[in-house]
Design a protein around this ligand. Structure first.
Ligand code: BG6
Length: 501
């Protein structure tokens, strides 16, 4: 992973420049990079979208998107330019090509280009084909680079992801393709690597001999907000599990890489993903629960059900919650259940990885059964209150020999209070600019993640696939508890704000 150096000169072409993602994430991230001196003097942006804006309109949006930004950002924004047009129209790319050449000449961008696809996914292939047709996939000068950054979702199943890859690879080699999963840009996700591979005490116990079960929770208290139309085509499995959960899971459970570089880390992630058992259709039904929120109360406020959200069909069967029981079939993890769950309109926003260790075989303390004492548990809190907790048994002061579960906390913010926490998007954008693919998703990772989730998608499409309602503000359908209870397990229940289990 590269140090936070100044990026080379380049022109960043943002497709979908008038969209929500550009103003919410990309422009503020660029402002951060500008303010922290990570953008080169020869950095410039061309926005492309259908909205009929002028250069000035785009610049105003860029300034408004980063109200806290300093004078450096204003200077960068002065160089922003905008092309209005359809993604399928030759004129759009003619205009872009002319502007690229002009930008290279005027701003000294060195012929380096990054194309950022922040559009609806349906437009990805069209844009890449048009770029290639116009010769824009070739750098503007010798020794320069042309890269493409692609937002999620990457395909909606294995076949569509493979088809998209064929189109992209016809224009860009794999090392020029930067598939974004913003979870990989989170400090605490990267910290999983530090915890595991910079410490001697964890690796020896990081396996089936010591770990009883692994749980990954990505809970959100928000609903689908204004993205009902998109969410209807996705659902929780595609929106979160295929990408964010698989990334967190693979970093948590992969083998140690021999080098901390893009290829070695991603090789290990793929190896782990390939070890996840692909269930038969019956097993997929048996090992999964899908739910959809109904009206309820979140943070003390009444909220509508999913089917009443804007852009959602009144009889929608899209899942807003999913829980799976997975199995990693390799030497290290054989027999250790891996429970994952994600949902919208749950009582809290929390992402965490929980490793629960085996109970002691026997407790010699008088009157105390080993089952009464909580097993040792390590919680890696990705967000919020980023940190790590270790739960263990300690003697209660007094004459009797009573043992109780207590915990030790490492608070990320407190421990590094003097440090700047890098947000995911500035980090990832900067990595794309310096050409570091470590935190981006390689083609074989995407494909394998689709292979893992496909059986559930297929099983749920069958009659009887089952969709369980849950009131907004609760921890999902109660039946999801059964996934674990069958094996004598339960969801880790110290999630802050947990009210109902
Ligand atoms: C996005 C999903 O990828 O991740 C959203 O499309 C979700 O539905 C978001 O809300 C969650 O990201 P974070 O960083 O808030 O956990």
């Amino acid at each position: 992973m590269a140090p936070r150096s100044e990026a080379p000169p380049l022109v960043l072409v943002i497709f979908g420049a008038s969209g929500d993602l550009t103003s919410r994430k990309i422009l503020p991230a660029l402002a951060t990079l500008a303010d922290t001196g990570q953008l080169n003097e020869g950095f410039s942006v061309i926005g492309v979208a259908r909205t009929p804006w002028s250069d000035e309109d785009f610049r105003n949006v860029a300034i408004r998107a980063a109200p806290q930004a300093g004078p450096r950002w204003r200077r960068v924004v002065e160089r922003f330019r905008y092309v209005a047009g359809e993604y399928a129209a030759t004129e759009t790319f003619d205009a872009l090509k002319a502007l690229l050449d002009d930008t290279d000449r005027r701003f000294g961008t060195g012929g380096n280009r990054i194309y950022y696809l922040a559009t609806v996914p349906d437009a990805f292939a069209t844009i890449v084909e048009a770029l290639a047709k116009e010769g824009c996939n070739v750098p503007g000068s010798q020794g320069a680079f042309a890269r493409v950054v692609i937002e999620k979702p990457f395909g909606r199943d294995l076949a569509s992801a493979q088809a998209l890859d064929r189109t992209i690879h016809a224009a860009f080699d794999e090392d020029k393709v930067f598939r974004i999963d913003h979870y990989m840009g989170k400090e605490t996700v990267q910290n999983v690597l530090a915890l595991r591979f910079a410490n001697a005490i964890f690796e020896p116990i990081w396996n089936r001999r010591y770990v009883e079960q692994v749980q990954i929770t990505v809970a959100e208290s928000i609903g689908v907000e204004h993205r009902g139309g998109f969410y209807e085509t996705a659902g929780a499995l595609r929106d979160i599990v295929q990408n964010h959960v698989m990334q967190v899971l693979s970093l948590t459970m992969m083998e140690p890489p021999t080098h901390m570089d893009a290829e070695h880390i991603r090789d290990e992630k793929v190896k782990l993903l390939k070890a996840i058992a692909i269930p038969s259709p019956d097993e997929a039904v048996d090992r999964s629960v899908r739910g959809q929120y109904t009206a309820g109360v979140v943070d003390g406020q009444p909220v509508v059900g999913y089917r009443q959200e804007e852009g959602v069909a009144p009889d929608s069967t899209t899942e807003t919650y999913v829980a799976l029981r997975l199995a990693v079939e390799n030497w290290r993890w054989a027999g250790v259940p891996v429970y994952v769950r994600t949902g919208k309109r749950l009582p809290a926003r929390v992402t965490e990885v929980v490793l629960q260790f085996h109970r002691v075989p026997f407790l010699a303390f008088e009157g105390l059964m080993s089952r009464e004492l909580q097993p040792n548990t390590l919680v890696l809190r990705i967000q919020p209150n980023e940190g790590i907790e270790l739960h263990f048994g300690a003697k209660v002061p007094g004459e009797a020999f009573r043992v109780q579960s207590v915990s030790m906390h490492f608070d990320y913010g407190e421990a590094f209070s003097g440090e700047q926490f890098a947000d995911a998007y500035p980090r990832l954008l900067h990595d794309a600019m310096v050409g570091d693919t470590t935190l981006f998703i390689r083609t074989d990772e995407v494909e394998q993640a689709w292979r893992i989730v496909s059986p559930y998608l297929e099983a749920w499409a069958e009659p009887g696939g089952g969709l369980h309602p849950y009131p907004a503000g609760t921890w999902g359908p109660r039946i999801a508890n059964l996934l674990l209870e069958r094996s004598g397990n339960a969801w880790w229940d110290r999630v802050p704000g947990a009210t109902e289990r």
